[in-house]
Design a protein around this ligand. Structure first.
Ligand code: ATR
Length: 280
């Protein structure tokens, strides 16, 4: 039987998920398909209600449907329950279930670059407090992280993360960013600053310890200005594309029954799609 999955959003033309899942379908020789389907917000609940009937094993959900899909399906795990969004929907025993794989994608990307890294006893400095931050903080707290300093332009959103995820979270003002970098074992940019078409992330890296690892969830460009500057200073850096690839793993496993591997070949394929001039 041919298994089918898809990604839904509005608009959906920019999604790289078909390229990622298409690569794995070919790589594992699975008779399946993964398509891109534009679904306007007013059609989301009908679309999900008929998903299984139309032969789909599930779907990825992207903007602007992540919250509405959360309300429309059964939630598969407590970690997703805390987030209020799903990015992966799957059918089980005639019902639709949803989960968020962003947090595990982040942690898996980190583990792939830094084998043996543990959040415990570490100070993580996070820039930003949006939806992606919630998923990352949830995954870090579940790992038993040490200290998580969150600097956000709207401080109230960082305070909210402390309420939801506990006292290891330290909210800070955005203006304190350069100061708190001095504590970082790991620095994560979760803001949209530095993304192609968005304003630059203008922070002074002078206080950043040489031993700090720097990562960005932005993957367009593949190497953000933050990562380039950190690399020039001698810091280890982890590009955001790894998180995108690793967050796709569980969906593929749920729909097609094989836990796929994030390989260098897959990385190169998607990196070249983002930047045709990319060289490993
Ligand atoms: P998502 O929920 O997808 O993560 P988001 O809610 O728009 O997206 O979050 C984007 C993050 O980038 C937020 O932390 C946002 O800060 P606010 O909470 O104050 O909005 C941050 N951000 C966006 N533009 C910014 C800017 N010009 N300066 C500082 N932070 C910015």
């Amino acid at each position: 039987m041919t298994r089918k999955a898809c990604v839904i959003g509005w608009p959906i033309s920019h999604s790289r998920s078909p390229l990622i899942h298409g690569y794995w379908l070919r790589h594992y020789g699975i008779a399946g398909s993964y398509e891109r389907i534009p679904v306007p917000p007013e059609e989301l609940s009908d679309f999900l209600a008929r998903l299984v009937q139309r032969g789909f094993a599930g779907c990825n959900v992207t903007l602007p449907h992540k919250e509405a899909a959360f309300r429309a399906v059964r939630i598969a795990d407590g970690a997703t329950g805390r987030l209020g969004v799903v990015n992966t929907v799957f059918a089980r025993d005639g019902e639709l279930w949803g989960t968020s794989t962003d947090g595990e994608g982040f942690v898996a990307s980190l583990a792939a670059s830094l084998p043996g890294w543990r959040a415990k006893d570490q100070t993580v400095v996070i820039l930003g407090a949006g939806g992606a931050t919630r998923a990352i903080v949830g995954a870090l707290v579940d790992q038993g992280s040490g200290r998580i300093i969150i600097a956000n332009r709207t401080r109230a959103r960082a305070e909210e993360l402390r309420r939801d995820f506990g006292s290891s979270i330290e909210p800070r003002d955005w203006t304190e960013t350069s100061d708190v970098l001095g504590f970082a074992d790991l620095l994560i940019n979760t803001t949209s600053l530095g993304m192609t078409g968005q304003p630059a992330l203008e922070i002074d890296l002078g206080n950043l310890p040489k031993s700090a690892v720097v990562t960005d969830i932005v993957y367009t460009p593949l190497e953000t200005d933050l990562l380039r500057r950190a690399r020039t200073l001698g810091n280890a850096t982890i590009p955001g594309l790894g998180m995108l690839l690793h967050q796709a793993v569980r969906g593929f496993e749920l729909w097609f029954g094989i836990r796929p591997e994030v390989t260098a070949d897959l990385y190169d394929l998607i990196a070249r799609d983002i930047d045709p001039g990319y060289r490993r």
